[in-house]
Design a protein. Structure first.
Length: 171
C-alpha cells in the first residue's frame, strides 16, 4: 500500500492532500492511464479515500478506466454513492455535489455588497463600487449574454466562462 500511496502522491504532485489546497485535487489522465491496471485501481481507491469520498466499487474502477480510454477532447463522468468524478481538459476531477437553488429563485443585486448564493458561494463585484442599474440574478438557464465594459456587442456567457477556464460543474 505504501507504494500505491507514493504513486498517488506522484500523480497529484503539488495538488496532493498535504498541499494545503482547499480545492479537490485532480489526476492527470495520461499518467493515470499509464499505470498498470491493478496499481491504477489501488491509486484510484487511495485518491477517493484521501478525498473522503465513499469507497470506489469495482464497477467504478472499470467505469473510470473507460473514461480514461475515451476521447481526450471530450468529457465524461462516473457517479457512485453521491460522489462524482469527471474528465475535463486531460484530468480526472472529483466533483463536489452541485448546490441547487430553490425553484424560481431570483434576486435583484446592485453589487454594493457580496451576494450570498443559495447552497453556498457568493458573488462579489470587483473593479467598481456598484452597478449602474441593479441586475437580476438567477441560476443559469442557457442562452445568457453579457456585454463587457468597453465593448459594443455582447458575448455568450457560456463562451466567456469556457474561455476563462471555468470547469463545467462550476458554471
Amino acid at each position: 500500500h505504501e507504494r500505491d500511496v507514493e504513486a498517488l502522491d506522484a500523480l497529484l504532485g503539488d495538488d496532493g492532500p498535504g498541499s494545503g489546497d482547499a480545492a479537490l485535487p485532480s489526476l492527470p489522465i495520461a499518467a493515470l492511464a499509464d499505470l498498470p491496471a491493478p496499481r491504477r485501481a489501488r491509486a484510484l481507491r487511495a485518491w477517493a479515500r484521501a478525498l473522503g469520498l465513499p469507497p470506489l466499487p469495482a464497477a467504478g474502477v472499470d467505469a473510470i478506466d473507460r473514461l480514461l480510454a475515451a476521447r481526450r477532447d471530450g468529457d465524461g463522468e462516473f457517479r457512485w454513492s453521491g460522489a462524482r468524478v469527471r474528465t475535463w481538459r486531460g484530468r480526472l476531477h472529483a466533483v463536489p455535489p452541485a448546490p441547487q437553488a430553490p425553484a424560481g429563485w431570483t434576486l435583484e443585486w446592485d453589487g454594493r455588497r457580496p451576494l450570498a448564493l443559495p447552497g453556498g458561494g457568493s458573488l462579489e463585484l470587483e473593479g467598481a463600487e456598484a452597478f449602474d442599474a441593479p441586475l437580476r440574478v438567477h441560476p443559469r438557464r442557457g442562452g445568457e449574454r453579457l456585454r463587457l465594459p468597453g465593448r459594443a456587442h455582447s458575448h455568450a456567457l457560456k463562451q466567456l466562462l469556457q474561455e476563462a477556464g471555468i470547469p463545467p460543474w462550476q458554471r
